[in-house]
Design a protein around this ligand. Structure first.
Ligand SMILES: NC(=O)C1=CN([C@@H]2O[C@H](COP(=O)(O)OP(=O)(O)OC[C@H]3O[C@@H](n4cnc5c(N)ncnc54)[C@H](OP(=O)(O)O)[C@@H]3O)[C@@H](O)[C@H]2O)C=CC1
Ligand SMILES: O=C(O)C1=N[C@H](C(=O)O)C[C@H](O)C1
Length: 261
């Protein structure tokens, strides 16, 4: 008989942490071994789930887990990487908003432990990544590419991690990179649109879970690829699936497309 994979959740008191705990019963191969959040949430003395207290000490010997699932902020992720390396555990990273330097720290950590990193764990968005790359390759230089995203008023990073992944997919299809082609802001007298650029537009408000569109704007026609999330269960189920898949893997940096392959 195979033993269940023990997961721990970092950010367990947050929106995604709660969605992960709600989604867990549908994943019988997983058990919640530990739950972590900031000290302020832990001080309330509440449990993340029945019998699983919230803790802020990832390196506590009583914190037993095979794979950590992180949905917090970049500083939380980086601290978690150190704890996972020390314990030799894998980590699923859903947090977004990393600087280039923080991303390099994740790449370096992946030489020591297995990491599954995705700005979006929904299957629909991961399908859209492939569709966007294909569309960009087919439509090529005949269109202007724009990425538009809308999120709830509490979101702190922009563009969203998903928008950046969609932009990277479009850039791959066009044979370029976001470093070479992205336009993240427009204001004032911008001049005409430069050919080959990939524009980003960010909307924030209300309780929008996450809407993303990539527009391929041509002369006389346009193609739009859109994904709209109406709850967080799709992200949570994808991240839990990734955690089950990651357990026992060799060190390396994996993406959701590896999990879905
Ligand atoms: N990849 C994906 O599929 C998805 C990714 N996300 C990303 O996940 C992240 C979290 O989103 P969401 O759940 O909505 O955010 P929330 O703010 O609701 O939850 C984050 C939780 O983590 C806690 N936290 C923040 N910093 C630390 C830290 N350094 N150490 C420990 N805990 C910390 C927060 O505490 P406090 O409130 O006190 O700050 C909060 O309880 C964001 O980066 C978001 O973009 C979201 C949805 C899907
Ligand atoms: O902060 C959120 O809520 C979300 N963040 C992720 C992102 O930055 O793309 C994924 C999802 O869109 C929700």
């Amino acid at each position: 008989m195979t033993l269940p994979t023990q997961i721990a959740i970092l950010g367990a008191a947050g929106r995604m942490g709660r969605a992960l705990i709600d989604a867990l019963p549908a994943h019988p191969s997983l058990r919640l071994g530990a739950a972590f959040d900031r000290a302020e949430a832990v001080a309330t003395g509440r449990e993340a789930a029945p019998g699983v207290p919230l803790s802020s000490d990832l390196s506590s010997p009583s914190a037993s887990f095979d794979v950590l699932i992180d949905f917090t902020r970049p500083e939380g992720t980086l601290a978690a990487l150190d704890a996972c390396i020390a314990a030799g555990r894998g980590i699923v990273i859903g947090t977004t908003g990393f600087t280039a330097e923080q991303r390099s720290a994740i790449d370096a950590a992946a030489q020591q432990i297995p990491i599954c990193l995705s700005g979006n764990f929904s299957i629909g968005v991961n399908l859209c990544l492939a569709l966007v790359e294909h569309a960009a390759r087919v439509l090529g230089g005949s269109v202007d590419v724009e990425v538009v995203e809308t999120h709830h008023r509490h979101k702190v990073d922009a563009p969203s991690g998903t928008a950046l992944m969609l932009g990277e997919a479009a850039a791959r299809g066009l044979g370029t990179t976001l470093d070479q082609s992205a336009v993240y802001t427009r204001h004032g007298h911008t001049g005409a649109r430069a050919a080959g650029t990939i524009g980003f537009a960010t909307l924030r408000g209300g309780d929008v879970v996450g809407d993303h569109s990539v527009l391929f704007l041509g002369d006389g026609e346009r193609v739009e690829i859109t994904h709209k999330a109406s709850n967080r269960a799709n992200f949570a189920n994808g991240a839990l699936r990734a955690a089950a898949w990651l357990h026992g893997r060799a060190p390396g940096l994996y993406a959701m497309k590896d999990v879905l392959a």
